[in-house]
Design a protein around this ligand. Structure first.
Ligand code: GLC
Length: 549
């Protein structure tokens, strides 16, 4: 693919969670041949990049975020030839291929770790973070992200190894130069294979807090405390990322997006401003824009403004509301009951109208909603199971614990893609690895494709608008009526071209009461309204885009 200097600024990325996208061989798990069979569908959305979550060999304790071989394809997803066919199918359609790079940790089944755990004196002994017991116990109070201590004892070495996620995901030791060189060579390998970029997983924890001090966070029922913040965004981590950029990403003009833990606004700048030569943009792991419990449209607006001011001079950002780690956006920020279609369209327009590179997560374009499984046994995600266990351990009833788990579970976004009203929503002839949302007869791609007024048709229209407009892709951002709690209005302008996005981000009618007489007719709308006037009442979740006269 041809790559101009800042080509990543003109992308619209479609994220695929391969396990759940399309199964071609009836084993209940999505695969590359399944994705290839849907490339025309993806191209019809108007996107020009696909990010695949990991498809490398993995024992799948964390669905591929535990890699046991960085240079091949898991047979569950297909062969290397299938990958090449996928790459070519994308490139023929002008779609860039973005892979996931998971190098904070490997799988405990990776050969490096299997060797490292054997002894203190071998080629791979320093590839991971080993620590002697302290008073015969774990070196400190750190908890792994998916429960229990972040340290696991290995008798062969009489030492503990560190895992900030599950014990099947040992953290690599980035102080070791051989480790860094391995990662550089993995990136170059995929660059030579025609991969156009990487989404870089959990990358803000590379350098750990010196001396491994206890975490000050409140302990879980296990007595261990989450240790992500004290290990985030350290200078060494930034240095390692710059090294990857210089020795690998830059020479292939790769698009890079780091998944990072942004604790302060300046963190966005540090990871994603051009002058720092780290990433093109970042996906903050827990950004206020998607904070599940405390978000509001007003807070979201403030966060967008703050991030924009921090990055507008020299940086860039990824713009998204959903991914495989979050609940479905229409359930969280919209209304998945009364105003499902309308609020799904509002969210689509919001993301496509903002500056930054927009990311569409599979299924959001057909209005897919959270799935509520009836028992904890039907959930697959380790963090959901751990969260449920913690609630039970702290005195919640099973019914309460299940309700909370249903609300926040990552499996909400991982249920199979709903292609049609046939068996298993057309996802698989076999038994799907995770239950299909029972609403698939009403909400599926085939039905949406036949309806000019569907969420899917709206996505196509708003993506086409963005791709065809310099003002929307590259222009400035100005909020109007910024202190209004419900109205969400902003302008995108460049040279003589300007568009305004106007939305009532609530389930109650709202008086517009803003003079928009500079703007002409409605270009796109989530309702029947085809023109605007200053005293109009916006219906619940009504949103439209108008062009300046
Ligand atoms: C990232 C991934 C998530 C995974 C974690 C550990 O946050 O998005 O799915 O569990 O890293 O690799």
């Amino acid at each position: 693919m041809e790559k101009r200097k800042d080509w990543y600024k003109d992308l619209v990325v479609y994220q695929i969670y391969p396990r759940s996208f399309m199964d071609s061989d009836g084993d209940g798990i999505g695969d590359l041949r399944g994705i290839i069979s849907k490339l025309d569908y993806i191209a019809s959305l108007g996107v020009n990049a696909i990010w695949l979550t990991p498809i490398y060999p993995s024992p799948c304790y964390d669905n591929g975020y535990d890699i046991s071989d960085y240079r091949s394809i898991d047979p569950m997803y297909g062969t290397f030839d299938d990958f090449i066919a996928f790459r070519d199918g994308c490139h023929e359609r002008g779609i860039a291929v973005i892979m996931d790079l998971v190098v904070n940790h490997t799988s405990s089944h990776h050969e490096w770790f299997r060797e490292s755990r054997k002894s203190r004196n071998g080629k791979y002994s320093d590839y991971y973070i080993w620590h002697d017991p302290v008073d015969g116990k774990e070196p400190n109070n750190w908890a792994g992200s998916f429960g229990g201590s972040a340290w696991e004892y290995v008798p062969e070495r009489d030492q503990y190894y560190l895992h900030l996620f599950s014990k099947e995901q040992p953290d690599l030791n980035w102080e070791c130069e051989d480790v860094r060189n391995e990662v550089i060579s993995i990136i170059r390998y995929w660059g030579d294979m025609g991969v156009d970029g990487f989404r870089v997983d959990a990358i803000s924890y590379l350098e750990k807090a010196p001396g491994f001090p206890d975490s000050p966070e409140p302990p879980f029922s296990t007595g261990f405390s989450i240790a992500m913040d004290i290990n985030s965004n350290r200078e060494g981590t930034h240095r390692y990322i710059r090294e990857l950029n210089e020795k690998a990403f830059a020479s292939y003009h790769m698009m890079t997006v780091g998944e990072v833990n942004c604790r302060m606004l300046s963190d966005y700048h540090d990871y994603a401003s051009q002058s720092r030569h780290e990433f093109d943009m970042c996906i903050p792991f827990v950004p206020p824009i998607v904070e599940i419990n405390t978000w509001s449209p007003f807070k979201m607006k403030k966060t967008i403004m703050e991030t924009y001011s921090e990055l507008k001079e020299d940086g860039w950002w990824a713009c998204f509301l959903s991914n495989h780690d979050k609940p479905r956006q229409v359930s969280l920020y919209g209304d998945d009951r009364i105003y499902r279609s309308r609020s799904a369209k509002l969210l689509a327009a919001l993301i496509q109208m903002l500056p930054g590179t927009p990311f569409v997560y599979q299924g959001e374009e057909i209005g897919m909603a959270n799935v509520y499984y009836g028992s904890i046994d039907e959930y697959n995600d380790p963090s959901t199971v751990d969260f449920y266990g913690e609630l039970i351990a702290t005195g919640h009833s099973p019914a309460e614990a299940l309700r909370e788990a249903q609300r926040v579970s990552r499996d909400n976004a991982r249920s199979p893609m709903q292609w049609n009203a046939d068996k298993n929503a057309g996802f698989s002839d076999g038994t799907p690895w995770l239950g299909v949302n029972p609403d698939y007869k009403e909400w599926n791609a085939e039905k949406e494709e036949e309806d000019a007024d569907s969420v899917l048709s709206f996505y196509k229209a708003v993506i086409a608008l963005r791709r065809g407009s310099n003002a929307i892709r590259r222009g400035g951002l100005e909020f109007i009526a910024e202190d209004d709690e419900r109205l969400f209005i902003f302008e995108r302008a460049l040279d003589d071209e300007a568009y305004a996005f106007v939305a009532n981000f609530s389930d109650k009618p709202a008086l517009l009461s803003i003079d928009l007489s500079d703007y002409g007719s409605v270009v796109l709308s989530t309702t029947e309204h085809k023109s605007i006037d200053s005293d109009m009442v916006l219906e619940p979740y009504e949103a439209f885009i108008v062009k300046r006269k």
